[in-house]
Design a protein around this ligand. Structure first.
Ligand code: PGA
Length: 235
């Protein structure tokens, strides 16, 4: 729930600063800005932050994947921990949302992540395994799926897991995807780390095995800051 019309200037500035980036740059603005953001010139792809699991119908206030595609989005985030937490979205709902995204031709960015109490109880890997199994539909490919590992306790808190902790989970996600979808598909799905990524810590995070990019919250709101993260990924 960040971003109004004036903030489109930040996307403009970002596109101007990275006319041909050495990585994919995606901004997922609030639904009110998707169409205007997608109409801007430049190198920045635009996605939604959530979608309904149905394609259309009487669901007042919701946004469907076809509506996002119609507005110019190419991606949609599903299962962000704030959706899971604020709205009680289950893995089953998240999977159905990813399926809706695919029906509309969008890339689904499926988020998984443990809470602090789950980590402290040494349940992290079980939680991630369960979320992966139940939130990702069977038809996943490297082109229609991106997985974001976002420890809930690291989102917006300034707390970042150690490189070893991130690597442990990303290696697990890679192995699980390879086992379930075959090596080729499992290897080609991009894995993002999310949770308090900033320009100052981005290079260290990108150096971790099986981290292909980042899902950035607070530091994505200003072009200057987000630009530093893009620079770190371009390395
Ligand atoms: P943060 O948010 O980068 O501010 O921690 C991440 C997120 O919202 O997914």
């Amino acid at each position: 729930m960040n971003g109004r019309a004036g903030d489109l200037d930040q996307i403009r500035a970002l596109a101007e600063r990275h006319p041909s980036p050495g990585c994919e740059v995606l901004i997922c603005p609030p639904a009110t800005l998707v169409a205007r953001a997608a109409a801007l010139d430049g190198s920045v792809a635009i996605g939604g932050q959530d979608c309904h699991w149905n394609d259309e119908g009487a669901h007042t206030g919701d946004i469907s994947a076809p509506m996002l595609a119609d507005a110019g989005a190419t991606h949609v985030i599903v299962g962000h921990s704030e959706r899971r937490g604020d709205w009680g979205e289950s893995d089953d709902i998240v999977r159905r949302k990813a399926e809706a995204a695919w029906r509309a031709g969008l890339v689904a960015i499926v988020c998984v992540g443990e809470t602090l109490s789950e980590r402290e109880a040494a349940n992290t890997l079980d939680i991630i395994n369960g979320q992966l199994a139940a939130s990702i539909p069977d038809q996943a490919t490297g082109r229609n799926l991106i997985v974001a590992y976002e420890p809930v306790w690291a989102i917006g808190t300034g707390k970042v897991p150690t490189a070893d902790q991130i690597g442990e989970v990303h290696d697990l996600i890679r192995t699980r995807l390879e086992r379930r979808f075959g090596e080729g598909v499992g290897r080609s799905v991009r894995l993002l780390y999310g949770g308090s990524v900033k320009p100052a810590n981005a290079a260290e995070i990108f150096a971790v095995s099986n981290v292909d990019g980042a899902l950035v919250g607070g530091a994505s709101l200003k072009a200057d800051e987000f630009s530093g993260i893009i620079d770190a990924l371009e390395g």
